[in-house]
Design a protein around this ligand. Sequence first.
Ligand code: SF4
Length: 343
Amino acid sequence: MLNPFSSCLLNIMTRVIVDSCSASLPAANFALQRCRARAPSSVARLRTPAAGWGMTLRRTLVAPAHSASEPEHRHPHLESRYAVELPHYEPRDNSDIPEVFGNVHSTESFSAVDGPGVRFLVFVQGCAMRCLFCSNPDTWNLKGGTRTSSKELAQEIRRVRNYLRPRGGITISGGEALLQPHFVATMFQETHAMGLNTCVDTTGQGTKHGNWDVVLPHTDLVLFCIKHMDPLKYEALTGMKQRGALKFADELAARKIPFYLRYVYIPGYTDAPKDIDKLIAWAKKQPTFQGIELLPYHVLGRNKWEVMQIPYPLDGVSTPSHEAVRNVIKAFNDADISVICAN
Ligand code: SF4
């Protein structure tokens, strides 16, 4: 735990670095934000991304997203839905599936944006990451939320299952869903028994490798939040090393599980063209990669940080312009990658 004096000293030291070297301003600022984000719950260490961080952060993208002959509101590869076709399951008796309990933050009966078709969403508690842009810091505590029976939750889903057919199912998100592997796997078995498909929204991180063996055999689709392709920026942005995420991608390939990448597009943090190029090159090599869901940064979760009395680390960062979002969509489309984006 960082005491107030240490925190103040650290902030002053970082401010000195910021003031004394304008070329490294984004890097030093970023390290300061990182420390603030972690200060309430863990020992803060000053992270210093490699030299070069920030050099392309504000590079202006000028390529037009559309040709003059193409209507601005249309783009040939911009998908409004998840095109992947998932397996079909016949409803079956579920009496052999055990009852387990999990800590659930909240549920939503109908979502059209978290996997194919209409989906029932379950947000579970617990996350080991500390993303600077997190919209749900209230899910970080694994022991928070409501203790929930898998049987009772399955009954709730069963009541609306006819609205979820034919393409829909359940999506479990978090927090980090893989931190409660037995609850998630059991809910997925219940879902298959209802004749619906399953999807997990995960970073693949902060969890034991063995958790994958529990959840992935029952998983039809993964929404894989990749955070960043640069290892140092990944760590600075999330507080965790990137290598676990890349191993998780190898696991998806080995198990032939289709996945969409989720990428939060934050001005000054994740929008550098060279990082987008790296992401494209990596994604194209993944055998079960389906497309990218681009999530333009927003500040909707900011009030939660205030309620939890944690300084918001991205104070002053603006949401990306429509033009910037269109340009990055074009970069993906030019590489023949479909993009889902609500912007
Ligand atoms: S992985 Fe998700 S829940 Fe965890 S800190 Fe990052 S954005 Fe928040």
